[in-house]
Structures are given as structure tokens and as C-alpha cells.
Design a protein around this ligand. Structure first.
Ligand code: ADP
Ligand code: MG
Length: 338
């Protein structure tokens, strides 16, 4: 069972969640994490809000049922079990997610790679068994990694992993994708504004009951939970944070986090956290992970070339690198860094 993660980002709008403030809030545990939905009541009855929220949670559960590697009968587990054997007929949502992931892999020179499954398994970071694998084990796992080994046949509706033993892990994109799907479900139910937060993968839409934007805070990567380094108003925008501070282990004084560099087979290093703003949550989620892998220099250069992304990065030494609206913001360097 995947460890239940704490929220990476604090939602100030959620702090006072009684009906009196015009908000409806509900939290459930799905995808091994806390999922919080906050809605602008805007003239809706309680029954309508309960239904809309249930519809949105159902969309997230559907994504989990299709894409979890913890569920043996999920589409994704069946694709992985059939690696090197046969193409598997996959749900269109799984195909869409895999194709989105390939777009990000291409954009980032393979820093983002959903075929990291064997590496994730070898390191077991985030579970009790976390350890530094032997060089031989890393080499074997690396031989199975490569996003170009995924063959999607859109016409036939199948996904095939060409190498036996290869496996896809959508842990760095599926939560964002689920936030997007849930927000669409809420709009279809006539909700005027809200926030869907699958842990740190957050989609905002519309406005708060007073007509203003939602406020989202960014966690200090070296502070206690809830200690934020910046707050920003958001509407119709997704925000995602990837960090080294929630799932990691320390061995011989070295910090190993759960984000893998698909080129070396070792956990990525050089950054404490990467926050990405984008229109869609799947993109913010996957790019946060990808930039984390690229490290400060390459990530900053790439972010500058993509104005559709706005990026805030904190390096290992506590240096702040910012693009887009983060540039003009006063960001306090995290305590304990450097
Ligand atoms: P979180 O899971 O904490 O939200 P991320 O969005 O950064 O953080 O996703 C990290 C997860 O993605 C890892 O636990 C692993 O399952 C998977 N992963 C690790 N490295 C990569 C990578 N280079 N490319 C794609 N997925 C990765
Ligand atoms: Mg991610």
C-alpha cells in the first residue's frame, strides 16, 4: 500500500471550511493520498454540492482504478504484465495519459520517463525497504527503461511495452490528470468555482464566493508542514510541486529522494523543490518532476523557453530560481538550507 502523503501545498481557502463561508469542502483518500475538493457554493443546494463532489471523486477513483500499479487488475498493471509479450487493449484515458507523458519525455530529453518502473522497484523509496541497490541491479533496471519502448497503437487502442520486464509508472502525471478530470466533472455539474487537490497536484477554476481568486501557498521544502514560502492568487490554473522532502531516505549522510534520473538510474539531486504553474494539471505535475530531474541549470534554461509554464525552483543550497509571475515575488529562502 502506497504511503499516504501529506499535502505538499496548503490551501488557505480550505482552512475554514464550514458552510458559512460560502465553501463546500470534502476530503477523501484516493490514489494513496489525500484528495481535497473545495467548491464555491454559489447558489447551489447542499444536495447539488454533495452530488457534484461525489461525481468528481468518482472521476479520480476511475483514474486510480485504471492507472494504479498497486491494483493488479488495473489497465496499467495488465499492460506491465504483458510487457514483451503482447499489446494490451487499453482504456482511451490510459492511452491519452501515456501520450501526454511521451510529449513531456520528448520535451525534456527523456528526463521525464514513465518507464522508470523497474528503477522505482529497485530502490523502493517511500517504503520500509528503501535501500541503495547494487550497481548490477541498477544496470539491469536501467536496461529496461526507455520511453521510446512504449508502442501506442491508437487505431487498435493498444499499448505495448517492447521489453519483457519493463513497466510503466504514472506516479508523476496521473494525479495531475485526475485533478483535471475532476475539475471538468465539476464544471459539467454547474459549479462556478473550486479547487481539486490530489496531494500537491492542484487544479483551480473559477472564483471564490466573494469573486476573488483562490489562494494557494507553496510549502517551504525545509520547514514544518504548513510553513509556506509564497502565496499566490490563482484561477483557471494548475499548480504542482515536486520535492525531495516527503519520500526519501538517508544513507551514509546522503539524501536519496523518490524522483529518479532515468539516465543514471539514481535519484535526482540538485533541487529541493520545483513548483510549476500551467493551464493543465497533468502538465504541471509531469513538468515538476521533469525539471526536478534536469537539475537547476538545465531546468532553468528550459523553463525560460516555455512561457506557458511558470516555475519556482529552490536549489539544494537554498537559491531561488524563478520564471513568469514568480519572478516579481519576494520568496524567503528556506530556513535550514545551504
Ligand atoms: P509525488 O508522487 O510526490 O507527487 P512526483 O509528481 O514528482 O511526486 O512523482 C514522483 C513519482 O513519479 C515517483 O514516486 C515515481 O513513481 C515516478 N517517477 C520517478 N522518477 C520519474 C521520472 N524521471 N519520470 C517519470 N516518473 C518518475
Ligand atoms: Mg509530478
Amino acid at each position: 500500500m502506497k504511503k499516504i502523503l501529506c499535502l505538499l501545498v496548503c490551501l488557505f481557502a480550505v482552512c475554514s471550511c464550514s458552510g458559512g463561508n460560502g465553501l463546500y469542502t470534502e476530503t477523501r483518500v484516493i490514489m494513496g493520498t489525500y484528495v481535497t475538493i473545495t467548491l464555491n457554493r454559489s447558489g447551489k443546494t447542499n444536495d447539488e454540492l454533495v452530488k457534484a463532489s461525489a461525481d468528481a471523486f468518482a472521476r479520480i477513483t476511475k483514474v486510480d482504478d485504471l492507472m494504479s500499479t498497486y491494483k493488479p487488475m488495473s489497465n496499467l498493471s495488465r499492460i506491465n504484465a504483458n510487457s514483451g509479450i503482447a499489446p494490451f487493449p487499453a482504456d482511451p484515458e490510459v492511452i491519452e495519459n501515456i501520450q501526454d507523458a511521451s510529449y513531456v519525455s520528448r520535451l525534456t530529453g527523456g528526463a521525464f520517463d514513465i518507464t522508470v518502473g523497474p528503477l522505482v522497484k529497485a530502490w523502493e523509496i517511500g517504503s520500509k525497504g528503501a535501500h541503495v541497490p547494487s550497481p548490477g541491479t541498477i544496470k539491469k533496471a536501467l536496461a529496461l527503461v526507455g520511453w521510446r519502448n512504449i508502442v501506442v497503437d491508437k487505431k487498435a487502442g493498444t499499448v505495448f511495452l517492447t521489453k519483457r520486464g519493463a513497466s510503466i509508472d504514472l506516479g508523476a502525471i496521473a494525479k495531475g490528470y485526475a485533478s483535471d478530470r475532476a475539475a471538468v466533472a465539476l464544471l459539467e455539474d454547474g459549479i462556478k468555482g473550486g479547487i481539486v487537490a490530489c496531494a500537491g497536484d492542484i487544479k483551480t477554476f473559477g472564483v471564490k464566493p466573494d469573486g476573488s481568486a483562490w489562494t494557494v501557498g507553496i510549502q517551504n521544502p525545509r520547514g514544518p508542514e504548513g510553513d509556506v514560502i509564497a502565496k499566490l492568487p490563482l484561477t483557471d490554473t494548475a499548480i504542482s510541486t515536486s520535492g525531495d522532502y516527503e519520500r526519501f531516505f538517508i544513507k551514509d549522510g546522503k539524501h536519496y529522494c523518490h524522483i529518479m534520473d532515468p539516465h543514471t538510474g539514481y535519484p535526482a539531486s540538485g533541487l529541493m523543490s520545483v513548483t510549476v504553474l500551467a493551464k493543465d494539471s497533468w502538465l504541471a505535475d509531469s513538468m515538476g518532476t521533469a525539471l526536478f530531474v534536469l537539475g537547476p541549470k538545465k531546468a532553468y534554461a528550459l523553463a525560460l523557453k516555455h512561457p506557458e509554464l511558470e516555475v519556482l525552483m529552490i536549489t539544494d543550497s537554498g537559491k531561488v530560481l524563478a520564471t513568469g509571475r514568480f519572478r516579481g515575488m519576494k520568496i524567503a529562502p528556506p530556513a535550514g538550507a545551504g
